[in-house]
Design a protein around this ligand. Structure first.
Ligand code: NAD
Ligand code: DAU
Length: 343
């Protein structure tokens, strides 16, 4: 039997929210303690319909705070931890890497220490394909690909993965790691490419495409990432590692064109701007291990998932407008003002 009293960290962020909702609707035996600091990326409005569910307990907390994490684990008799909490945006890690070290590395270490102290039965670390670095035109990342992170964000995630591995090896803590490709879907903070593009396009504002727009990402609908994490948490061998991906490679420029076409907006909104420093050229995930061993596969095609996603943002404009007013405008101006528009 798998752990059923689960601490989900970062459960007010994009993937965490989708994961908490999935557990509440599909795992009636599970109680979720949602532990989130509510940084700029955490949003309780995304959890409005889950706040009164007796199987969902929200704790406003910091994964770096040992006393608070330990007392929460004890209070709710937690037997499993799934760690989504992180600083997650590559561009922010370039302008301010320190908090990425604090949250992603020290925060994960703190959780691991608390998990040991409180004898938690399973710890799942939600990691990323970015730890593998960048690919050329050919090949895919497998679970045995070397780690070669290129951004402060991916370096912090890779460090955390190593620490998780070390706790398994040295202390026998039951840990598993998942490494997923780019997610898209409802509730994503509009600093990320997909919701940023949807928001700008609906307002007929220009869409900033970095460099030549030919960087390739492998896109996965967020609910399919959540179902994969749940399978790994429930049934993977201790110490195992799984890649998760959509088998859906696409150049950024083509992604933007798909979104514009769903919204019926012109391609003239596309604006090529200064590239992200150190921008990884291509990611591609070989997800055959999780498909074979745990019988996982994506439930929607890219076309179905992206149509659902665009519809969700358009149907939830108050959610989007609340986020994109105030602080977000300052962020947008500071991030994009010195990216010279080339055309
Ligand atoms: P997000 O930025 O949307 O959410 C992060 C959440 O963590 C927020 O709710 C935030 O308030 C919370 N948080 C930050 N610091 C905290 C702290 N000190 N204590 C407690 N909570 C804290 O991120 P996301 O896109 O949902 O990503 C979730 C996880 O999945 C991350 O670990 C990320 O590295 C990983 N991941 C993301 C993607 C993707 O495409 N978004 C793909 C692969 C892996
Ligand atoms: O691969 C998994 C990773 O995917 C996760 O680990 C990260 O948490 C998540 O943020 C995401 O990282 P990316 O950097 O790939 O995502 P982002 O949405 O920021 O960018 C997607 C691509 O689009 C990337 O090649 C950069 C480009 N881009 C992004 C923005 C914000 C643009 O061209 N213009 C933009 O304005």
């Amino acid at each position: 039997m798998y752990p059923t009293k689960i601490l989900v960290t970062g459960g007010a962020g994009f993937i965490g929210v989708n994961f908490v909702k999935m557990l509440l609707s599909e795992a009636p035996d599970v109680t979720v303690v949602n532990f989130d600091l509510l940084t700029y990326a955490g949003n309780l409005a995304s959890l409005e319909d889950s706040m009164n569910d007796p199987r969902h307990i929200f704790v406003h907390g910091d994964i770096c705070d040992r006393k608070q994490v330990c007392s929460t684990l004890k209070k709710y008799d937690i037997d499993g931890i799934i760690n989504f909490a992180a600083e997650s945006h590559v561009d922010r890690s370039i302008t301010g890497p320190e908090i990425f070290v604090d949250t992603n590395i020290k925060g994960t270490l703190n959780l691991l220490q608390c998990a040991r102290e409180c004898e938690v039965k399973r710890f799942l670390q939600v990691s990323t394909d970015e730890v593998y670095g960048s690919l050329g035109k050919e090949g895919m990342f497998t679970e045995t690909s070397p780690i070669a992170p290129n951004s402060p964000y991916s370096a912090s995630k890779a460090s955390a993965d190593h620490m998780v591995r070390a706790f398994q090896h040295t202390f026998g803590l039951d840990t598993v790691i998942t490494r997923c490709s780019n997610n898209y879907g409802p509730y994503q903070f509009p600093e990320k490419m997909v919701p940023l593009c949807i928001n700008n396009a609906r307002l007929e504002k220009s869409i900033p495409v970095y460099g030549d727009g030919l960087q390739v990402r492998d896109w996965l609908y967020v609910e399919d990432h959540c179902s994969a994490i749940w399978k790994v948490f429930k049934s993977a061998e201790p110490g195992s590692l799984y890649n998760i991906g959509g088998c859906n490679e696409m150049a950024n420029i083509d992604l933007v064109k798909v979104i514009l076409s769903i919204l019926g907006k012109p391609e003239s909104l596309i604006s090529f701007v200064k590239d992200r420093p150190g921008h990884d050229r291509r990611y591609a995930i070989d997800a055959s291990k999780i498909m074979k061993e745990l019988d996982w596969k994506p439930s929607v095609t890219f076309k179905q998932g992206m149509e659902k996603t665009v519809k969700w943002y358009i149907d939830n404009l108050p959610w989007l407008e609340k986020i994109t007013s105030g602080e977000y405008r300052k962020y947008y101006d500071s991030m994009y003002e010195d990216r010279e528009i080339k055309g």
